[in-house]
Design a protein around this ligand. Structure first.
Ligand code: DX5
Ligand code: ZN
Length: 211
């Protein structure tokens, strides 16, 4: 499967967000990963649909919107209207029944299901029939720049045995951990600080892709 890099803007400079996104696009990233946090599901607050709407105007890349919020079903429509292409919901925040309803209601976007490092794979098995992709968290969600939790690797391997769609991994991705998650079967690498805190975005993205 082709390896895609999703640049996670959480580690960008929010005072120059447009500029950083254009730089990441020109440097060869494949998706723009947008972390939405509500201060309830995770202990941090970030951005809402109005920011997604304005990002939509400045990039052609697909917008990969990661909802780390309670009651995500109440906000899906707003994020779609704002221009999201992919929306990830956490299995800790939505039942399989409600996930399926969202999928059916808003068939124009891709829906992913995510799980935290401590959440066992069995929790998401029922969602796999309707999910377009799975996003495996490799840090506890809430902040960029955390260390990769390597105990998620067996989970990615097991998931790859039973799921043929895209597997995204998010948290602590760099040139070393990128190889570990690719070998385990992941093909979308969401990466924030390794790209945005580097001096050379292109080199960082290539190092992840070629790891
Ligand atoms: C964490 C976010 C990640 C984060 C990754 O809750 O979901 O997308 O930005 O950042 P790095 O790559 O710095 O771990
Ligand atoms: Zn994320």
């Amino acid at each position: 499967m082709k390896v895609l890099v999703a640049a996670s803007i959480l580690s960008a400079d929010f005072a120059h967000l447009g500029k950083d996104i254009k730089k990441a696009e020109e440097a060869g990233c494949d998706l723009i990963h947008v972390d939405v946090m509500d201060g309830h599901f995770v202990p941090n607050i970030t951005i809402g649909p109005c920011v997604v709407r304005d990002i939509r105007k400045i990039t052609r890349l697909p917008l990969d919107v990661h909802l780390m919020i309670e009651k995500p079903q109440n906000y899906v429509q707003d994020f779609i209207k704002a221009g999201s292409d992919m929306i990830t919901l956490h299995a800790e925040t939505i039942s399989n029944a409600k996930f399926k309803i969202q999928k059916t209601k808003f068939s124009e976007v891709k829906f992913g299901i995510s799980l935290n490092p401590a959440t066992p794979l069995k929790k998401i098995i029922p969602y796999l029939k309707s999910a377009d992709f799975v996003l495996v968290m490799s840090v506890n969600p809430g902040f960029g720049g955390q260390q990769f939790i390597s105990s998620v690797l067996p989970k990615i391997r097991k998931l790859r045995e039973i799921f043929s769609g895209d597997i995204s991994v998010d948290g602590g991705i760099n040139d070393k951990t990128a190889k570990l998650v690719k070998d385990a079967g992941a093909n979308i690498l969401a990466c924030g600080s390794y790209i945005f805190k580097s001096k050379n975005y292109r080199q960082a993205i290539e190092r992840i892709k070629n790891a």
